[in-house]
Design a binder for this molecule. Structure first.
Ligand code: ADP
Ligand code: MG
Length: 733
């Protein structure tokens, strides 16, 4: 049979199997099946690791039947069959109700797949699916390594294994697979050909085969990603932009004169870097990383001022209304009369600062849009509302995106497209980004880093409060909070949920965060967990109990924008002692007098989220205190994760911890947003060298005008990824 990568699986496997594969695993073509790699390989001796299995895990194990006993059940009709399987080292129980198992004879080997349960403290599978290895099976089962595939209830690992075998037989080998990688590249990096790698990953004869195959297949993933990014960088470099050189005696000089502090060395250096890039007619694409509190806002403001001085407009995109309003307030305050050009008390040499958010009333919105359109607003600050149709700039020169991790490439592009010519772009993030992530997720941007915090900061001390192990510590936490308030300072209490409603785990205002809590790795199945603590309930309990007498207020995404703003103002004005809030306070909220943060159910938050949160209490001259309250025991993975957060304030170290606890796919969102993921084997933690090498190769491949014309295989892979991602920028370029 003539088989190609695009051949429908139904033609190879028959309609029934193909349908099950399509429906439960989204595998439709020969390509899909071949790129569905084993998750791991089973070998004898492995069952010893059964002890590591968590209740609720769905697993496949290779084992031998040891003992089969059947008996009538006492309390209900029918029989119970218990089967003990083992492999020399360990053993486990399989339990079946009312089924006959003539086939399950002692001594037989098989694969057993099921969900791990527990009965009387012994791990067991109830009603596992199984496949016995019999004389009818081919030599497959004699192999040292049996591939275990990501499987589903309807398509088991062994059906996939058999399907690959069928395909191999039908096509007479994998010779039909064209290798997209150029031969010289393969030779340079010592890589297997694609047909050889596919054969080895699906049917290895030993561990060496697996490793060499993975090495090669990771290259496919890395180079495709890097080609997309290199194409994007190259297209951007060719775009004509508008130079916005410095002009003395303008807004920038006024800002510098008005600053209540001296810039840190880092702020000055990055400032020079930005000033130089803004002066070129090639648009800047820069990522500014800086620890929470490192002072990114003023860096951005100075860049915006330079652009305004050069006759352009600057837009600052913030992830939440609270943050947009705060930026507008602090920037207006810093500029004083210079922010009110055109008003009675304004300085005519200044500009207008306009806030544009979704909650503006129609008339205010119309006025704001008009000022944006006629160019009188030099500085425009807003949320997603800035991206909408009908927001037209007279001459957009610079786009600043604050707290990037909440925005996608598409949103950045939507704003960019509002310039007459491509504007300069500055992306700011407080989440430190490991080098591999910078090379992938942000691979189209140049990077600057602010490492230093302004001096005179007290910093923040963090501790875990393990309420299961040490319940008394929570009382002590509230006492500490009261002490701080008594000393004239303020506090936050953060909860994962709003309350009064079960559908409210996300704030309407704080978009779904990609870096939320990691998968519940040790929560014991999840279903028996109590719901996360809620702002409304916790506030009430604190008011009645440990914090009675203090001035409490709540802040969450279900409040109206006016109410949120009023609450923030009251907190900033010290009319409120304790703000009980959701993660709306996570990004950028700046109240230096707040020194304590108590995070309830801290285990429900992700690592970088916690780091962001505690940044709120490290802003003033007093030392901040962050208490991570959790029921997780310190021996669990969750407990360890929290200990890591408490143990270091080095954002780069935490970024690594974060990466370890998240699946690659969560991080590589862009490459994963398509129907099928492109990144299956590549690890951002382990494959730094490979990614760097692939980046260099990709850049070299695209350095000539012929682009990928001589490499149709690679061009096809890139096109597939681009379509899959709906990565519109390739067409735009
Ligand atoms: P982030 O980088 O987290 O966005 P901000 O820009 O909000 O940090 O700055 C945090 C605080 O530090 C603000 O109150 C700001 O006014 C202050 N700040 C910024 N730069 C300096 C500096 N060089 N010296 C002293 N304080 C500064
Ligand atoms: Mg900020």
């Amino acid at each position: 049979m003539a088989v190609t990568l695009d051949t429908d699986l139904a033609r190879v496997l028959g309609a029934k199997t193909a349908k099950a594969m399509a429906e439960s695993l989204d595998l439709r073509t020969v390509r899909d099946l071949l790129r569905h790699y084993p998750r791991r390989y089973a070998r004898r001796g492995e069952i010893a690791r059964l002890d590591d299995l968590q209740v609720g895990d769905r697993v496949t194990v290779l084992a031998q039947v040891r003992k089969v006993t059947s008996r009538r059940m006492r309390n209900r009709p029918g029989t119970l069959t218990e089967v003990t399987v083992g492999d020399g080292a360990g053993q486990m129980q399989l339990v079946f109700f009312n089924r006959r198992f003539g086939k399950l004879e002692e001594g037989a080997w098989g694969l057993f797949a099921g969900t791990v349960g527990e009965y009387r403290r012994t791990k067991q599978f109830a009603h596992p699916d199984f496949h016995l290895i019999s004389g009818d099976d081919d030599e497959d089962w004699a192999r040292a390594l049996i591939p275990i595939y990501p499987a589903s209830k309807d398509v088991s690992s062994w059906v996939i294994q058999k399907s690959v075998k069928l395909l191999l037989d039908a096509a007479g080998g994998f010779g039909f697979v064209d290798d997209p990688l150029p031969e010289d590249l393969r030779a340079r990096h010592g890589l297997l050909s694609l047909p050889a790698a596919l054969l080895d990953i699906h049917r290895p004869t030993g561990q060496d085969d697996v490793e060499r195959a993975q090495d090669r297949l990771k290259w496919d993933e890395a180079i495709t990603l890097q080609l997309v990014l290199a194409a994007r960088r190259r297209a951007a470099a060719l775009e004509p932009g508008t130079a916005r050189p410095r002009r003395p005696g303008g807004l920038l000089d006024a800002v510098d004169a008005a600053l209540p502090f001296t810039l840190t060395d880092g702020q000055r250096d990055v400032g020079e870097e930005l000033a130089a890039e803004l002066s070129r007619d090639q648009p800047m694409h820069r990522l500014l990383q800086g620890e929470v509190g490192s002072g990114k806002t003023v860096v951005a403001l100075r860049a915006m001022a330079q652009v305004v001085d050069a006759g352009g407009q600057a837009a600052l995109l913030a992830p939440t209304e609270v943050l947009a309003a705060q930026h507008a307030r602090s920037i207006s305050a810093m500029l004083g009369p210079l922010a009110r050009a055109g008003e009675l008390d304004g300085d005519p040499s200044g500009t207008k600062v306009v806030l544009l958010t979704g909650s503006l009333k129609a008339a205010a919105r119309r006025a704001a849009r008009a000022a944006v359109a006629d160019g009188s607003a030099g500085i425009v600050i807003g949320t997603h509302a800035l991206l909408q149709q009908g927001v037209d700039f007279a001459d957009l020169g610079l786009v600043v995106v604050d707290e990037q991790h909440r925005f996608g490439v598409e949103q950045r592009d939507a704003l960019r497209a509002k310039g007459n010519r491509p504007p300069h772009v500055l992306v700011m993030t407080a989440t430190p980004i490991p080098r591999t992530v910078a090379m992938t997720v942000y691979g189209d941007l140049e990077t600057s880093v602010l490492r230093q915090l302004p001096s005179g900061r007290g910093g923040v001390a963090s501790s875990v409060v393990p309420v299961s192990d040490k319940p008394a510590w929570l009382d002590r936490a509230w006492e500490r909070l009261r002490e701080e308030v008594a000393a004239g300072r303020q506090a936050y209490v953060v909860c994962p949920r709003i309350g009064d409603d079960d559908t409210d785990t996300d704030d309407a205002d704080a978009p779904d965060d990609a870096d939320g809590a990691p998968a519940e790795e040790d929560a014991g199945g999840g279903s028996d967990r109590r719901p996360p603590l809620a702002v409304l309930e916790v506030a009430e309990a604190l008011h009645q109990g440990p914090l009675a007498g203090l001035r409490l207020a709540v802040l969450h995404g279900r409040m109206t924008p006016e109410a949120k703003e009023a609450t923030m103002q009251a907190f900033a004005a010290r009319e409120v002692d304790v703000l009980v809030a959701t993660t709306v306070v996570e990004v950028g909220v700046d109240v230096p007098n707040a020194t304590v943060m108590v995070v309830m159910d801290a285990d429900r938050f992700g690592v970088s989220q916690l780091h962001q949160l505690r940044g709120r209490v490290a802003r003033g001259k007093h030392r901040g205190l962050c208490l991570l309250v959790t029921e997780a025991r310190d021996t669990t993975a969750t407990g360890q994760r929290l200990a890591a957060v408490a143990g270091t304030s080095d954002g780069f170290e935490l970024a690594r911890v974060d990466l370890e606890t998240r699946r690659e796919g969560d991080v590589l969102g862009a490459a994963q947003s398509g129907r099928r993921s492109t990144v299956k084997l590549l690890s951002l933690l382990e494959d730094e060298e490979l990614i760097a090498a692939a980046r260099a190769e990709a850049t070299a491949l695209l350095a000539t005008d012929r682009g990928l014309a001589d490499h149709p295989g690679l061009a096809a892979e890139v096109a597939a990824l681009a379509t899959d991602e709906r990565a519109t920028y390739l067409e735009k370029a």
